[in-house]
Design a protein around this ligand. Sequence first.
Ligand code: AMP
Length: 493
Amino acid sequence: MKNSWKEECGVFGIWNHPEAAKLTYLGLYAMQHRGQESAGIVSLDMQSAGQPVHRIHKSLGLVADAFSESTLAKLTGSVAIGHVRYSTTGDNSVVNAQPLTSELLSGPLAVAHNGNIVNSSILRTALQRDGAIFQATSDTEILLHLLAKHPSNDLVSALTEVLKNLVGAYSFVILAHDRMVALRDPLGFRPLVLGQMKSGSGLCYVVASETCALDLIGAQFVREIEPGEIVEISSEGIKSSRFTDGTEVAGQANGQTNRKSANCVFEHVYFSRPDSVVFGKSVYDSRKKFGEKLAEESGIEADVVIPVPDSGVPAAIGYSQKSGIPFEFGIIRNHYIGRTFIQPAQSIRDVGVKIKLNPQPQILKDKRVVVIDDSLVRGTTSQKIIALIRQAGAKEVHLRIASPPTTGPCYYGVDTPQKSQLIASQNSIEDIRKYIGADSLAYLSEDGMWKALSSGPERFCAACFNGEYPTSLKGVETKKNTDQKDKSQAKQI
Ligand code: AMP
């Protein structure tokens, strides 16, 4: 089995708009940061020869490259869903591009998924034993098979039962022949919001991973889809139901039986766009507060505060305002290059840093510099950046990380690498400091992160920082093989 757990994605859906596919395209454009490997849109044309039809276009690559005027023109209908996907390794062929589509007894069904189903290997094996033939390696296909087997023709009743089998993170947008459904897992790992706008004399409903997608198309934010909620939109209007009363969440929780919420804190640290409101909080605000706390916790005498652009910018502003040390763009980023992190091989990653970031000697020369980044994962990027800042003449370089040390992999849909590749899982802060070549290194404490968020680990999943995984991890054993391979490249310093 391929590494289907390594997925970061964005989902979108729109109901009742004459330009549904074009608005989906724009929504995906706004959420390009959530996935750069493939993009797809499925529209629902209910007028077509009296028979509802799904029109599908999926392609590898960025949204702008995946669609053209002519491909969008073929996606007729007033309803559409879309998906952007990124997975670092394994199968990046178009069969894994989403939305996944299938013809069920009840009609066509398309599914767009953000998150990762932790027990997917167990469910997949059981389904295969039962005769299911899988087309793709992604965990999302499991939902299609479970629904295909379910005797009910009513999508929501089938989902209500079928979803009880899934453990992990999932925000789904599903398109049937006559309705669109949006739902979130019982712990609400990944975001999903509901918006609306006027469409002719009626209302158009929109669902999206992030509010920045609503902003772009001019839709009003209505509310979050609640964890454990199914929102069903059809010609009869909008209906909400729940597929869990919370009891089976306790069953999943593997020792943490009272857990009711596991919003991913990394959405606020790195993953979401800063102009989005995620889990009811402005991401920009959270990042700025992380920076303020960081200045309180590990302030240092310096001449200038600079961000690693773009991910460190709001935290650096917070750090600068709290410490009174001036903020400058000491490194300029070339915006026409993807995130270095998505480069497929280590050798290319390193080159990527140099292509992407250019330090400015007129700001850095002879200065004591505080550099702020949102997170430190493998340490490779920081090492390169610090070397570049020194080459530009900095006298001292102090790295401040606006999140706690990343010590554990994510099994819920963020591409945090295996433990063996996480520098903080194996090394002390002093060892990391030496490795990256900084004069000093400090991370935001976990407590500081919670204070900045005015919240705590009872609400957020911070497993990548504290190792407290909110669900059972049964079914992730298949990762052991990959872990073995990783050991050859383990970052023991
Ligand atoms: P490194 O320590 O070299 O692995 O890279 C850390 C940098 O990667 C930080 O600047 C983050 O902004 C970025 N980063 C952290 N997590 C991720 C992720 N899941 N996907 C892409 N980039 C990430």
